[in-house]
Design a protein around this ligand. Structure first.
Ligand code: SF4
Length: 610
């Protein structure tokens, strides 16, 4: 790796740096739509993207420094000051906290002699916290550069730092304790034995209309949680007058507690690409993109190898399956640490070389998406299902699940259970069944679908996972009776505060107010009006936020109020002098427009752990 010290302003060093930046920009065609790639490479080579680098890049790609700076400040993995040669990002997720992250954090600090948020004086190490990195089944976990280190303990941290200081190779060290897939239950559709390319072969004989009809008849709905009809989305793009269309795969799962995409990417990348290729034929797209979250960069070589193999086999590229004119190819776009990029229009913004801010809809991406062209965005699981439906038929797919939710669903189960991991179950499975399968211990609450969905209590454990009852993208976090549920709610609000793109005030500021009131309750200083305030403000945020993040961010508060009223009742005092009962929420939001867009990630050093 060529390194550059930001403090080194010797003329020959500056010249070398300028040449390297030119090389990077040239390698991406000086294309401003490839700005994410340019910045990822610049960060990797120089460990930072400082103001002179931003200015130089802007000049080379015909952009402005302000625009480049907009990306640098937006994405968590970019920095305008130098990071360490080893940048350690310790996952600060609630599951990691419960599994001993605090002790691991102290061990990192002790071994390196720096605190979180700092870089060692010799520039060798940086320490940072990061939200969920998709390893909740093997927590605590950390990223070190592009390497994932799961199941950390204070002892393994000590060994790791010792080895790195002695010059041992990071990638080889990671082989001693690799990421596990933890597949606990292989269902009948995705994780069973699957014959390669049967679905794609069957589409070669079919027209785009026939393919869309089969996907629609199978009743497939997007597996990210929202559940929009896949066939309907494709039909919108297919009937567009614009001949240039795109197929994007959303591999940016960032919902805390979910890790199913990680497993699909390692076990079923071929099936995913097969599904994307089928989609390309259905909507007559020639280009595709896989948006891979930055936390999964370690899977990039695997993914590139699959794409290369499929090109060599004739299943990607020109004349796919020897069918003249069936041309489709895919490139991978890496993300750089932003949860909101899992929202499809924000994902498209990121691919365009912009900050990952959601776009106003309509028009929907299927009408006008990437660079203004019709773009279908589905997630990994959805594309895998597509390939299976085209192989086995719509009726076969509909034979699994419930009356309105067809097929199987991958559940990422983590938390207080003996066997965290991936379970492929049919829609309609009850929470009690999941608890039994995973060996849940004294479970009192389950967060279904991540923080943006519902916190369910014991009286809801007979509920079923399906669109008619409990829709989920696949995250199942189990909490036993000895956990502090308001700590969980508090953490989820921290998460949304950090990940809000800051565009709209109710989301940017409202969640900060929710958190303040939850903290007041945790401190035993709340009165009944605080509960009314939480409900009213939550509903205001839901109604007035522009995208799904803001519209779902109060769910931890609302669902815990609904399902755990006694937790709140135990902490709220009957009377408290001086409380302002007629609090003007809209006025407060207006007043708070000047608040900073982001506040630093809030870490509570006193939280309880195992
Ligand atoms: Fe950004 Fe939140 Fe508004 Fe979505 S709701 S656009 S994340 S500020």
């Amino acid at each position: 790796m060529t390194t550059y010290e930001a403090s080194d302003t010797k003329p020959h060093k500056l010249k070398v740096r300028a040449q390297l930046i030119e090389e990077i920009c040239t390698s991406f065609g000086n294309d401003k739509h490839r700005l994410m790639d340019i910045l990822i490479e610049t960060q990797r080579r120089f460990r930072c993207i400082d103001v002179p680098a931003m200015e130089h890049i802007a000049e080379l790609i015909g952009s402005s420094r302000v625009e480049v700076e907009g990306l640098v400040s937006f994405y968590a993995f970019f920095s305008d000051t130098p990071k360490g040669a080893y940048t350690i990002r310790l996952c600060d997720d609630i599951i990691d906290r419960h599994k001993g992250m605090k002790k691991v954090a102290r061990s990192f600090e002790k071994e390196l002699g720096i605190a979180f948020g700092q870089t060692s004086k010799d520039g060798a190490f940086s320490l940072d916290y990061t939200p969920c990195i998709g390893m909740s089944d093997q927590a605590p976990a950390a990223m070190v550069n592009d390497v994932i280190l799961p199941n950390l303990t204070p002892e393994t941290v000590k060994e790791l730092i010792h080895s790195l200081k002695n010059g041992e190779d990071l990638h080889q060290l990671a082989q001693k304790n690799p990421v596990q897939n933890n597949i606990r239950l292989r269902g009948d559709i995705l994780l069973c034995e699957v014959e390669d390319n049967k679905g794609l072969q069957s589409t070669l004989e079919k027209s785009p209309e026939e393919i869309i009809k089969i996907v629609s008849e199978g009743g497939l709905r997007g597996c990210g949680g929202a559940g929009f009809s896949t066939g309907q989305k494709w039909a919108i793009a297919a009937k567009s007058d614009d001949p240039q269309r795109f197929v994007f795969c959303n591999a940016d799962e960032g919902e805390p507690g979910t890790f199913k995409d990680r497993v699909l990417l390692t076990e079923r990348a071929d099936l995913m690409v097969e599904g994307m290729t089928i989609a390309a034929k259905a909507v007559s797209a020639q280009q595709g993109m896989i948006y891979l979250r930055g936390e999964y960069e370690y899977l990039l070589p695997t993914l590139e190898a699959v794409l290369e193999k499929r090109r060599a086999q004739g299943f990607l590229g020109q004349n796919i399956g020897s069918q003249k004119g069936f041309d489709f190819d895919i490139r991978v776009q890496l993300g750089a640490g932003s949860y909101i990029c899992g929202e499809e229009s924000a994902l498209i913004s990121s691919c365009e070389g912009l900050p990952g801010e959601p776009k106003t809809r309509p028009p929907f991406p299927a009408q006008q998406g990437y660079l203004g062209h019709p773009t279908i965005v589905n997630n990994i699981e959805t594309f895998c299902h597509v390939a299976r439906i085209l192989d086995k038929g719509a009726d076969w797919f509909k034979s699994f699940g419930t009356a309105k939710s067809f097929g199987t669903k991958l559940m990422s189960i983590c938390g207080d259970c003996a066997s965290p991991g991936i379970y492929e179950v049919p829609y309609g499975t009850k929470l009690t069944e999941l608890i039994e399968m995973a060996g849940g211990k004294e479970i009192a609450a389950i967060q279904v679908g991540g923080p943006s969905s519902e916190l369910v209590g014991r009286n809801g454990f007979e509920r079923t996972l399906c669109f008619e009852d409990l829709p989920t993208g696949g995250s199942i976090m189990m909490f036993s009776a000895h956990r502090n549920l308001l700590e969980v709610v508090d953490y989820f609000l921290d998460f949304f505060i950090e990940e809000s793109c800051g565009f709209c005030t109710p989301c940017r500021v409202g969640n900060v107010f929710l958190k303040e009131r939850i903290e007041k309750i945790r401190a035993g200083k709340a009165v009944p009006e605080d509960i009314d305030y939480l409900r009213e403000l939550s509903n205001t945020i839901i109604k007035t936020s522009r995208c799904g993040l803001g519209q779902t961010s109060p769910n931890p508060v609302l669902s815990s109020l609904k399902n755990f009223p006694l937790v709140y009742a135990a902490l709220v005092n009957e009377n408290e002098d001086g409380f302002k009962t007629n609090f003007d929420i809209q006025g407060a939001l207006e007043e708070s427009r000047r608040l900073a867009k982001h506040r630093s990630y809030i870490y509570d050093p006193d939280f309880e752990q195992e």
